[in-house]
Structures are given as structure tokens and as C-alpha cells.
Design a binder for this molecule. Structure first.
Ligand SMILES: Nc1ncnc2c1ncn2[C@@H]1O[C@H](COP(=O)(O)OP(=O)(O)OP(=O)(O)O)[C@@H](O)[C@H]1O
Ligand SMILES: [Mg+2]
Length: 325
């Protein structure tokens, strides 16, 4: 069964493409995206709004099913098994037990009518044969792990009684509750204010250091990547534009879009003017000829308006830019 010989790769996505289609139009939201998630490491996926980050993760989890999405890939290998061949029931079992997701707005994922303790114990009991008492004990330990003070009392409270930061900690506790091999966190700190945001990032770092939790962390903020991710995949208008280990990408970015994202990190550009990228990301229904980034690129040349670049390897990193072909 196990065809993935590299035991250090938890998730191996090959040539994933997602199109949205209706009677009037068709657009490509994710265009031939391939990446690997290494065991015990954090893969950051970064790019501005509309670049295809969420659609990528929803496609992997088969959560686009009810929409007009057409998902294609040669392989989505999770621990040696191709998720593309999984039935609905099997995917339900994988979601939650093996791959857990954390979203931006915890209130939409929590049930307002149930106490925190009931919700966490229910997820534990759903996936594992343990008694209620045992599940409750585990729930308390999980709240301790995510550093919620007075955990015993918090378990008896309802989501609305908690602050936004606390609710996100509860979501992280629920994600951890079945010891998933992989957590996908999609903009987990975006809805929180800056102080709380950095506390949650600290918590992710702690989980990573102490429990070697494998994660995909999706964000539009290169600063979050700098703090948390081992590897980074930069996406723009559905395509991977740069992909490599975070440190070398941050120290020596190659793609003009990556460079621009780094110049937009507040504390990385100390003493310099904080830059924003002029213009907007193109619509998936109206992608330009040539490179998708050409209209906003400071290094754009004539050929960039005619020819689509291919991913090429440069210094151990993948770059999608004609300047490097
Ligand atoms: N169900 C859908 N039907 C049609 N188009 C969709 C659907 N879901 C997403 N899209 C489009 O796909 C593109 C990628 O969207 P996606 O949600 O992946 O962006 P994102 O990178 O996660 O952005 P954000 O940072 O805003 O969350 C966008 O143009 C979006 O409008
Ligand atoms: Mg998104």
C-alpha cells in the first residue's frame, strides 16, 4: 500500500489544478500546483487574497464537492495513499482524525449551543473508543496544552463566553484532540488583534518544538511565515511563483513577487519605507497573457507579456519567472 518511500513526506501533492466553471464562464483558481509537506515541519503557503491558497487546501480535503469546481491532480499522496481514490466516508474519517483543519473565524466552526468541554469530548469520542470520563480528562489536558488558564472551568463554558483568542485556542485544542498527522491552519490569526496574533503564533511554535506537529500554515502575511514556517510556497493568481526553504527565500528572494511581499513585512524593512504592491491580483476569469504577475512586476519585460514561465530550479529552489529561465 505504501508507495511513498520517503517516510519523511507526509503529504505529496502532484500537479493539482482546480477550475471553477458555470454556464457562462470558466476560471483556473489553482494551476498545476505541486508541493510536499515534511514530517514534523511547517509548510507555509503565502500570497495575497485570491491567490488560491484556500482552494488548494479545500481541494486536498475534498471540501469543494458541492461547488462548481473541477479538481484534477496526478496524485495527492497522504501517508502512502492517494486521497483522490478515497470515498466520501473514508475522507470523513481522514478529516478530523488524520488531517485537522483550523479556520480564520473560530466562531463559525464552534457550536454556540454546546459547552467547550462537550464539543472537545464529542470529537474525541467520535474518533476513538474512550469513556466520557477519560475524554473529559483528555479535553482538560488539551486546554492546558494550548495554555488556557483555569481549564477545568473553561470546559464548562460556552464559546460566546470566551474571547476571540481563547476561542482560537479551543479550535487548536480540538484540532489536536485526535493526534492528527497533519494540521492545516488557514489564516488562523488573521481575525485576531496583533498581540493575540503573536501569542497564537507562539503557541504554534511551541506545538512544533515540543510535539513535532506537522502543519500547513496558510497566510497572506510574510511576517507570519518568517516566524513559523520551515518551507514556504509563494502563490500568485493560482500558480506557485517561488518555493523553497524559508530561510533562504527570506534572505535571498528571487521572484519579484516574493521580493515585494518581503518588503511589505513591517519589521523586516526597518528604517525603510514599508512597501505595498501597486495594482490588483487578476481575476481567475481574466488572466493575462504571459506571466500572471506581469502588470504589477517591477522587472517586467516584453516577453513576460507573451510567454507563461515554467517552474525552474534555481539554487535548490523552484522559481516561476522568465528572468530565471
Ligand atoms: N466556490 C467558488 N466558486 C468560484 N470561484 C471561487 C470559489 N472559491 C474560490 N473561488 C475563487 O478562486 C480564487 C482563489 O480563491 P481562494 O479562496 O483560494 O483565495 P485565497 O488565496 O485563499 O485568498 P484569501 O487570502 O482571501 O483567503 C479566487 O479568485 C476566488 O474568487
Ligand atoms: Mg483563503
Amino acid at each position: 500500500m505504501n508507495k511513498n518511500n520517503d517516510k519523511d513526506i507526509i503529504l505529496d501533492v502532484r500537479h493539482l489544478t482546480v477550475r471553477f466553471k458555470d454556464r457562462h464562464k470558466e476560471g483556473t483558481a489553482v494551476d498545476d500546483v505541486s508541493f510536499q509537506v515534511r514530517r514534523g515541519k511547517v509548510l507555509g503557503i503565502v500570497g495575497e487574497s485570491g491567490s488560491g491558497k484556500s482552494v488548494t487546501s479545500l481541494a486536498i480535503m475534498q471540501l469543494l464537492g458541492q461547488t462548481n469546481a473541477v479538481v484534477e491532480a496526478t496524485d495527492i499522496d497522504f501517508l502512502g495513499e492517494n486521497l483522490l481514490n478515497k470515498k466520501k466516508k473514508e475522507m470523513q474519517n481522514i478529516r478530523g482524525k488524520h488531517i485537522a483543519m483550523i479556520f480564520q473565524e473560530p466562531m463559525t466552526s464552534l457550536n454556540p449551543a454546546l459547552t467547550v468541554g462537550t464539543q472537545i469530548t464529542e470529537t474525541i469520542i467520535k474518533h476513538e473508543k474512550v469513556s466520557k470520563t477519560e475524554a473529559w480528562k483528555r479535553a482538560k489536558n488539551l486546554l492546558d496544552t494550548v495554555q488556557i488558564p483555569l481549564s477545568e472551568e473553561r470546559l464548562r463554558e460556552y464559546p460566546h463566553q470566551l474571547s476571540g483568542g481563547m476561542r482560537q485556542r479551543v479550535m487548536i485544542a480540538m484540532a489536536l484532540s485526535c493526534n492528527p498527522e497533519l494540521i492545516i491552519a488557514d489564516e488562523p490569526t488573521t481575525a485576531l488583534d496583533v498581540t493575540i496574533q503573536s501569542q497564537i503564533l507562539e503557541l504554534f511554535k511551541k506545538l512544533q518544538a515540543e510535539y513535532k506537529q506537522t502543519m500547513i500554515l496558510i497566510t497572506h502575511d510574510m511576517g507570519v511565515i518568517a516566524e513559523t514556517a520551515d518551507d514556504v510556497m509563494v502563490m500568485y493568481a493560482g500558480r506557485v511563483v517561488e518555493y523553497g526553504d524559508t530561510e533562504s527565500v527570506l534572505v535571498n528572494p528571487k521572484h519579484p513577487y516574493t521580493k515585494a511581499l518581503i518588503r511589505a513585512i513591517p519589521n523586516m524593512s526597518e528604517g525603510q519605507e514599508l512597501e505595498t504592491i501597486p495594482g490588483n491580483i487578476p481575476s481567475i476569469y481574466n488572466l493575462p497573457n504571459g506571466c500572471n504577475f506581469n502588470s504589477r512586476c517591477a522587472s517586467c519585460q516584453d516577453r513576460c507579456k507573451e510567454k507563461k514561465p515554467h517552474l525552474v530550479e534555481v539554487e535548490g529552489r523552484l522559481i516561476n519567472c522568465l528572468l530565471y529561465e
